[in-house]
Write a new protein. Sequence first.
Length: 57
Amino acid sequence: MFGLGIIGLLIYAYTIYDVVTGRFGNSSDKIVWILIVIFLPLLGTILWFLFGRKGKL
């Protein structure tokens, strides 16, 4: 049980890192994705891996 929490935290941290270091066509896209991931951790992470990474250059 504790291991799943650690794995979830690592995936969340990687998602934030991936958004922050990603190159976007316009800077407002990056800000929107950062806010989505921070305020909706689980849903934001899922959305990032399904849709957000495709939007990066």
